[in-house]
Design a protein around this ligand. Structure first.
Ligand SMILES: *Cc1c(COP(=O)(O)O)cnc(C)c1O
Length: 354
């Protein structure tokens, strides 16, 4: 039986994307060579890079003056690269979960970090509002979707200082006003590609303002100058990202992704709220559309393992919650069809009726 992949990352990708990538690894667009064995400087690969950058810009309507980069090291390396490139004296971090905490920890190596607000008091079940950002901070760092806890900041906030966002787990799931951000980054393995590539959207003139020396590879200017080809980039994951970008365009762009995300979330949260066995863990106003977290209601707690086994038997893959939250997490990234969520809802109903 075909499985429905609710895994949190690496995660579901459109079938077309995986097929095209597999094909390119055998015979790259009829060249008689594999994508894995040709030079990244070949005109054939250069076109992949150019197309991926151009399509990213088109889909997110990225304004002039920004560059799109495809780097290695994951979002985790960006946690260090961001302060390396931007922190001179003091920066501000909003703490909404484990990833946000890790990002902040790296910044502390470079200077003063002000935690403007934190939802750690309630196990990150909400996104703090009404926090104050020091006017003299070099930037404010936020995490727009908290993959582990299932909370999401669904709008582009106004920040009095340059805004930098980790969008690892909700990139391309809605239109974003990129002009409000100085920099956006994320690991590609949730909404965009296979593991191995990091996307970076960076405002060119925001760089070069810190006094420290920056190692060549960690300096965003190096990668901007060289069109994201300073060194050998992760060619296969970039090809795969291009296929996803093409797929998103063919489906109607980020507006279509946005509509689908809203539809999936409504269907699944409605069932979580209706079904007496389950309850959601995140505060209703901050519920993520990408990672839908829920647990067994207290009186049914002992049924947790049974439900996991029941769901798996019905092809529901990867719904075990993160150990920090427990219960279940249904990750519903861009490639998740509405039918996948409906199948999970049927499973929840069948378990309740049993
Ligand atoms: C998965 C994830 C990360 C970590 O990404 P890596 O590419 O594995 O370093 C960081 N931030 C968020 C929000 C994530 O979901």
């Amino acid at each position: 039986m075909k499985k429905v992949n609710f895994g949190a990352g690496p995660s579901i990708l459109p079938q077309e994307v995986m097929k095209a990538t597999a094909e390119a690894c055998v015979d790259f667009e009829g060249l008689g060579l594999s994508l894995m064995e040709i030079s990244h400087r070949s005109k054939e690969f250069q076109k992949v890079m150019d197309d991926a950058q151009a399509l990213f810009k088109e889909l997110l309507q990225i304004p002039e003056g920004y560059s799109v980069l495809f780097l290695g090291g994951g979002a985790s390396l960006e946690f260090a690269m961001v302060p390396y490139n931007y922190l001179e004296h003091k920066v501000a971090y909003l703490n909404t979960g484990v990833w946000a905490t890790k990002a902040q920890k790296e910044a502390r190596l470079f200077g003063e970090v002000v935690e403007v607000a934190s939802s750690a008091d309630k196990n990150f079940t909400y996104v703090p509002k009404n926090f104050e950002v020091p006017a003299d901070a070099d930037y404010l760092h936020i995490t727009t979707n908290n993959t582990i806890y299932g909370t999401e900041l669904l709008r582009d906030i106004d920040s009095p200082v340059p805004l930098i966002a980790d969008m690892s787990s909700d990139i391309l799931s809605r239109p974003v006003d990129v002009s409000k951000y100085t920099m956006i980054y994320g690991g590609a393995q949730k909404n965009l590609s296979m593991a191995g590539v990091t996307f970076v959207i960076v405002k060119d003139d925001s760089l070069g303002k810190v006094s420290r020396q920056i190692p060549t590879m960690l300096d965003y200017r190096t990668h901007i100058k060289k069109g994201s080809m300073f060194n050998t980039p992760p060619v296969v994951p970039i090809y795969s990202a291009l296929q996803t970008l093409k797929w998103i365009k063919s489906q109607g762009g980020v507006e279509a992704m946005d509509k689908r995300a809203a539809e999936r979330a409504e269907i699944l949260y409605n069932e979580i709220d209706r079904n007496k066995l389950f309850r959601g863990t995140a505060e209703a106003a901050d519920r993520s559309r990408m990672n839908i977290c829920f647990v067994m209601n207290d009186e049914y707690r002992e049924l947790e393992q049974e439900f996991l086994a029941f769901a798996l038997e019905r092809g529901m893959w990867g719904i075990k919650g993160h150990r920090d939250v427990g219960g279940f997490r249904a990750s519903c990234y861009n490639a998740m069809p509405v039918e996948g969520v409906k199948a999970l809802v049927e499973t929840m109903k069948a378990f309740e009726n049993r």
